[in-house]
Design a binder for this molecule. Structure first.
Ligand code: 4AD
Ligand code: MG
Length: 458
């Protein structure tokens, strides 16, 4: 179908000025009067709509009438002309309705609540809000690849189906082809009859396989879907979310913290440059001061505090927390948000957590109690990055696994990396949707995913 993207018209208007062009798109809104009709057309390539001007005495009424319907798909030919109000518009000569849109189309009104739009995920990409979300999602993905690609990292694709639970928190979805009523006397009998002949699940993290790749490739990153069967019904948890996980050899905790800060600043800067219209929209409609916040993050250093110091800060805060704070407790969202929003008022790395509340693979510090790990907390959200230096010592690693009663034979390949040429190495996982929430100001993770999957509903 010969036509031109609306984005091309707005990007290089001089190339098309006063020429006849053909565009396609959907009717976002329309207005009609006696002699003239207006249609706001959007084809998804440009954030801005193209205004169509239809002078009724110059166009065939039988063509115009069916086109005046919200949601209707059109092919339109006309002259691309300057306009005082809109910059440019299209003076219509011919209209073809590609797909009619009857009155029961649910997006008739200009504004709908996000809650309502969650009930129609298949239609919401046709709204301004979601057009902006998905444009920024696209730009953010691209920025992430750009950062790693230009810094010598190799993009690796770790498996989605796996037999090992990286985080060890028992939050894996099972993958099986067994019938629901399969008969088995023992667990072993049940799983040996299954597709892989063993228990399998959807990955919670690509880290373990990413570490194996880094041991040969030096610096790698993954960028893919990860799955967690957490029953956390919050605005920040999804059962299916995307994670970016770099793994870097010859790198300790301080080095990886520097990399993480540099990376976050780079991707924010890149998205600001790539999506000015979308971010202006979020700044106006979703989070006042968003742009100032993002520019501030890029321009200043992140905070840094140890877990032990953070516990003291929280105890002295005079705040009534729902979960009281004691050394050894896991920090709850309310604690994380106090630290980043009220105490530091900027992103902050909390380092050196108690070993007992963190995953088995983290390097034990010299104190024997804490691990070389950090979470990056940001205002409005809490944790967006989980990061650590990995335990490179075989004996200490197996100790940590035994303490957690982990089956060592299930991790033989992982342990091989500590047997054969083990090196200091570190990595982190950035939650992609949480980063997107931070950049756009969007409050609910369900509004950053095309089809959100959360506990209790597909
Ligand atoms: O802190 P987590 O559990 O760390 C890991 O998975 C490590 N293996 C990462 C690594 O070192 N390679 O998860 C990393 C990040 C969190 O900081 C959070 O941003 C995000 O993933 N995340 C979720 N995002 C949405 N919904 C959920 N249920 C999430 N769980 C974690
Ligand atoms: Mg974490």
């Amino acid at each position: 179908m010969k036509h031109i993207d609306i984005k091309a018209l707005f990007t290089a208007p001089d190339n098309y000025l006063n020429a006849e062009v053909t565009v396609c798109g959907w009717v976002r809104t329309w207005r009609d009067s006696k002699s003239i009709a207006f249609i706001e057309l959007n084809d998804g390539t440009a954030f801005k709509n193209l205004q169509l001007i239809i002078e009724k005495d110059k166009t065939d009424e039988s063509e115009v009438k069916p086109a005046l319907a919200v949601g209707c798909a059109l092919k339109v030919t006309g002259a691309f002309i300057p306009s005082e109000r809109n910059g440019y518009e299209l003076s219509v000569a011919r209209i073809t309705v590609l797909g009619a849109c009857p009155q029961d189309y649910p997006l008739q009104k200009k504004h709908h609540t996000l809650e309502f739009l969650r009930t129609i995920p298949h239609l919401r990409p046709r709204t301004k809000f979601f057009e902006a979300v998905f444009a920024v999602r696209n730009a953010l993905s691209f920025a992430i690849h750009k950062y790693f690609n230009s810094n010598g990292y190799k993009y690796v694709h770790t498996p989605i189906i796996t037999g090992s639970d990286c985080e060890g928190a028992g939050e894996m979805f099972r993958v099986t082809t067994q019938p629901w009523n399969a008969n088995a006397k023992t667990e072993q009998e049940y799983f040996s009859a299954d597709f892989f002949g063993a228990k399998a699940g959807l990955t919670v993290s690509g880290q373990l396989e990413g570490e194996a790749a880094a041991m040969g490739l030096g610096k790698i990153y993954t960028f893919g879907p990860t799955f967690r069967a957490e029953h956390s019904n919050t605005t920040r948890h999804a059962a299916e979310f995307w994670q970016i996980e770099p793994e870097v050899c010859f790198c300790d905790l301080q080095d990886i913290i520097e990399i993480a800060e540099d990376f976050i600043k780079f991707i924010i800067k890149d998205v600001i440059a790539a999506c000015p219209e979308e971010l202006a929209y979020f700044n106006e409609r979703v989070e006042k001061g968003l742009l100032e916040k993002l520019n501030g993050v890029v321009a200043s250093g992140f905070g840094k505090i140890t877990y032990t110091e953070a516990v003291e800060v929280l105890k002295k805060s005079g705040k009534e927390f729902k979960y009281p704070v004691e050394w050894g407790c896991d920090l709850q969202t309310e604690h994380e948000r106090y630290l980043t929003e009220e105490y530091f008022k900027k992103p902050v790395f909390v380092t050196d957590y108690p070993a007992d509340i963190k995953a088995f693979y983290m390097k034990l510090n010299a104190d024997g109690k804490t691990v070389a790990a950090t979470d990056l907390l940001v205002p409005g959200i809490g944790e967006i990055i989980g990061c650590s230096e990995r335990e490179a010592d075989l004996e200490k690693l197996t100790d940590a696994m035994n303490k957690r009663k982990m089956p060592l034979d299930g991790y033989k390949e992982y342990l091989d990396s500590r047997r054969y040429g083990s090196v200091p190495h570190s990595g982190f996982g950035l939650g992609f949707e949480r980063m997107l929430m931070y950049i756009t100001g969007v409050q609910n993770i369900r509004d950053t995913l095309l089809y959100p999957r959360t506990v209790g509903g597909l």
